[in-house]
Design a protein around this ligand. Structure first.
Ligand code: NAD
Ligand code: LMR
Length: 334
């Protein structure tokens, strides 16, 4: 105990994420699954002198079920990344929706109690996809399903430290990032930064910093010039979130992180949040307290500025559309 699993483990995110999980002493078993290369990745990682026993499987001979057997935490970075110049890749969306649906079916059958951490894009839709698959199998527990939005949080910390002219502060800067994980649905609450911005950060400067967090993924896609999207920073962020979940599973108290969840996971917190955002959305990323049973408490947004209220207002209809797309995909699937 505990066993962590990576689905899509041979990919750009999957490999460094598996490495980071292997180096964490909290993980005692590590299961790796992909449609290619997992035996090699597993053999390579298995030589690292840390406690986790590593196994890697491919699809033949029930490889997915073998990987998932006994899993406590399942992280899903399987899927197709975006190409440069493409803001919302509709063919990737369809492909990823199918991949995530099939992997969720495997989880529902073999590891229905596992905590599921979804990285595959578009997170705003893939999380509802997993939920709908679990509902079909009668295994849905909203407390155990999380969309990983940590990369937005990591970027916000880094960019604020840059503005403050002190990269040394980056690990300590905490900025809640709420909403969802794509473009305008990403809402950094910069007014709540643990390290306040300079007083001239209003108007255009504040807008530019907000946009940089919202579209940080574009910087990487453009720089990689056809070779994919963020992988290393994503693996770091995914591991940071997975480690929090593992600590919560172990019974550690007070673990709070922004993550995209079903607002029914904590009815009273979720209802209060819906009032704050002025819309009956099913999913939203907020500061969530995680406990040994999963979502323990959904925190309110708290005091936000008029500017941030405007950002939330812009995020809500886009989020509603993305959620509906995910739900409809499963309802129309066989
Ligand atoms: P990649 O192409 O490098 O790796 C994806 C891996 O998934 C590949 O190894 C591929 O073989 C595997 N795969 C494909 N179909 C599979 C299946 N049915 N079962 C198991 N594995 C399968 O891509 P990447 O750069 O690692 O990105 C993966 C996903 O993560 C993309 O959807 C990307 O948009 C998303 N992403 C999300 C965030 C976030 O913040 N949530 C950040 C970056 C990237
Ligand atoms: C990111 O935020 O970097 C990822 O969601 C990848 C992308 O396509 O932007």
């Amino acid at each position: 105990m505990p066993k962590a699993v990576v689905l899509g483990a041979a990919g750009g995110i999957g490999q460094p994420l598996a490495l980071l999980l292997k180096t964490n002493a909290l993980v005692t078993e590590l299961g790796l699954y992909d449609i290619v290369n997992t035996p090699g990745v597993a053999a390579d990682l298995s030589h690292i002198a840390t406690p986790a026993k590593v196994e890697g499987y491919l699809p033949p001979d029930d490889g997915l079920a073998k990987t998932l057997k006994g899993a406590d935490v399942v992280v899903i970075p399987a899927g197709v990344p975006r190409k440069p110049g493409v803001r919302a890749c509709s063919s990737c969306r369809q492909i990823n929706a199918g991949i995530v649906r099939d992997l969720a079916t495997g989880i529902a059958k073999t590891a229905p109690k596992a905590f599921v951490l979804v990285i595959s894009n578009p997170v705003n839709s893939t999380v509802p996809i997993v939920a709908e698959v679990f509902k079909k199998h009668g295994t849905y527990d909203p407390k155990r399903l999380f969309g990983v939005t940590t990369l937005d949080v990591v970027r916000a910390s880094t960019f604020v430290a840059e503005v403050l002219g002190d990269f040394g502060k980056a690990p300590d800067v905490v900025v809640p990032v709420v909403g969802g994980h794509s473009g305008v649905t990403i809402v950094p609450l910069l007014s709540q930064s643990s390290h306040p911005l300079p007083s001239d950060y209003t108007g255009d400067k504040l807008q530019a910093l907000t946009t940089r967090v919202q579209f940080g993924g574009d910087e990487v896609v453009k720089a990689k010039d056809g070779a994919g999207s963020a992988t290393l920073s994503m693996a770091y962020a995914g591991a940071e979130f997975a480690f929090k979940v593992l600590r919560a599973l172990r019974g550690e108290k007070g673990i709070v992180a922004p993550t995209y969840v079903n607002l029914d996971a904590d009815k009273s917190g979720g209802d209060a949040l819906k009032k704050e955002i002025g819309q009956d959305l099913d999913y939203f990323s907020a500061n969530v307290e995680i406990g040994p049973e999963g979502v323990a408490k959904i925190h309110p947004l708290g005091e936000i500025t008029e500017y941030e209220q405007g950002l939330i207002k812009a995020a809500v209809p886009e989020l509603a559309k993305n959620i509906e797309t995910g739900v409809a995909f499963i309802q129309s699937s066989k």
